[in-house]
Design a protein around this ligand. Structure first.
Ligand SMILES: Cc1ncc(COP(=O)(O)O)c(C=O)c1O
Length: 412
């Protein structure tokens, strides 16, 4: 049930099975952090883990750490730790490179597996997905067709039976709309297409079942809900059934079957490792590992249940402030984010800035969307109540109209 008072929220906090996780994170006094959908908070164990990696593994043990500290295998061992969070087999996920690079690798690999040449993407997808697709189609001679995946266009486009690959975000970065992964994947397969899901706004936010949904490929970042830190490496999922045939374009020595043969010819590794390219950012991997060890104790069903109560509460309170939501009211179509718009044009950015000045951190996305992300591991229900109270006050008093809140920063 959605709480209607601050006392209700305090009661929910007292009974919250995830409450203890908050202690695992460093959160500054006076800040309510609603931007974990952009950059997750710092786990308390991360600085120590990174320092140990740098001072002991690198500083003292030097090159021996490639073997002794398992550096060579980090893409696989970290992938295996992500696998249960996305419903994949431990041998189906690797960590490495950035999301954009992994999108490119999976997209070209999928195109090479098909005798068709249409990539069906979404018109409003995150910019990098669109740009990477443009790059991939210009290289391969494929065609990029863009549709609205939340209306009838997707099914209509698939019915043409000429689509090679469907590339969609599972949770939309702007509106927080969640798509029906099993249903869309099934439909695409029925029409002979492969599917790649971008899980940037899903991993650690909602339960996922890549294997059960029969997904072909997926990529996702680890710096949002997975709290691995700015610029942290991404993960790539490839269904086991595709391992033997997937031919990715950034063939490098870490993806070779026998890298230390240094043979002159490329022979891809037999499993998901064939999606690796070159050396990985091992200091960043240490931060990811610390965060995944926190996640290992979390139950995603509880995370989801808490997230839905929090987003319901925030949506209710935002409506009281006269703000409209572009995030679906239906639970089945909502990620872990609430995106709001103010009727007055140009109000979104200064409202977010006024909230930040009060210690309530959300962010802004063009054209006029205020985004608020809910990370149940480190947010309390009372935090959400207090944040929504600040929002009500900022809007009702017109506090956001102050000149200083209109200055646009480089990162919004
Ligand atoms: C849906 C989506 N895909 C990709 C990215 C980012 O890609 P990269 O990790 O390569 O910067 C983001 C970043 O916010 C995103 O929201």
């Amino acid at each position: 049930m959605t709480p209607t008072t601050r006392e209700d929220c305090a009661a929910l906090d007292a009974a919250d099975p995830l409450a203890a996780f908050r202690e695992e994170f460093v959160l500054p006094e006076g800040v309510i952090y609603l931007d974990g959908n952009s950059l997750g908070a710092l786990p308390r164990s991360t600085p120590g883990r990174v320092a140990d990696m740098v001072e002991r593994e690198w500083g003292r043990d030097l090159i021996r750490s490639w073997n002794d500290a398992g550096w060579w295998d980090k893409p696989r061992t970290l992938g295996a730790k992500i696998a249960p969070l996305v419903g994949a087999g431990t041998d189906e996920v690797v960590v490495g490179d950035g999301t954009s690079a992994n999108l490119f690798k999976t997209l070209v690999a999928a195109l090479r597996m098909s005798d068709r040449s249409v990539v069906l993407g979404e018109a409003g997808n995150f910019s990098t997905d669109l740009y990477v697709t443009e790059g991939a189609v210009s290289l391969t001679g494929a065609v990029h067709r863009r549709v609205d995946p939340d209306g009838p266009e997707l099914a209509e486009a698939l019915a043409a039976d000429d689509v090679a690959v469907v590339l969609l975000s599972h949770v939309d970065y702007r509106s927080g709309t969640m798509r029906d992964m099993p249903g869309i994947t099934r439909l695409a397969h029925e029409h002979g297409a492969l599917v790649i899901w971008d899980l940037c706004h899903s991993a650690g936010a909602v339960p996922l079942d890549l294997s059960g949904s029969d997904v072909d490929f997926a990529v996702g970042c680890t710096y949002k809900y997975l709290n691995a830190g700015p610029g942290a490496p991404s993960f790539l999922y490839a269904a086991r059934r595709h391992h033997a045939v997937a031919d990715q374009p950034l063939s490098g020595w870490h993806g070779h079957a026998r890298p230390f043969d240094f043979s002159a010819d490329y022979e891809p590794a037999p499993g998901v490792s064939r999606f690796l390219s070159g050396s990985q950012p091992l200091v960043a991997d240490a931060a990811l590992e610390a965060s995944l060890d926190v996640w290992a104790g979390a139950d995603l069903t509880q995370v989801r249940a808490k997230s839905l109560v929090m987003t319901d509460l925030f949506l209710d309170r935002a409506a009281k402030a006269g703000l409209s939501s572009i995030t679906p009211a239906e639970h089945a179509r909502r990620g872990s984010q609430v995106s709001l718009v103010q009727p007055e044009e140009g109000a979104g950015y200064p409202i977010v800035q006024a909230l930040i000045a009060r210690g309530v951190i959300g962010d802004f996305r063009s054209p006029d969307v205020m985004r608020f992300g809910f990370a149940p591991l480190y947010l309390s229900y009372v935090d959400v109540w207090d944040a929504s109270q600040a929002l009500l006050e900022v809007v009702e008093t017109g506090e956001w109209r102050q000149e200083r809140f209109a200055q646009r920063a480089q990162v919004t």
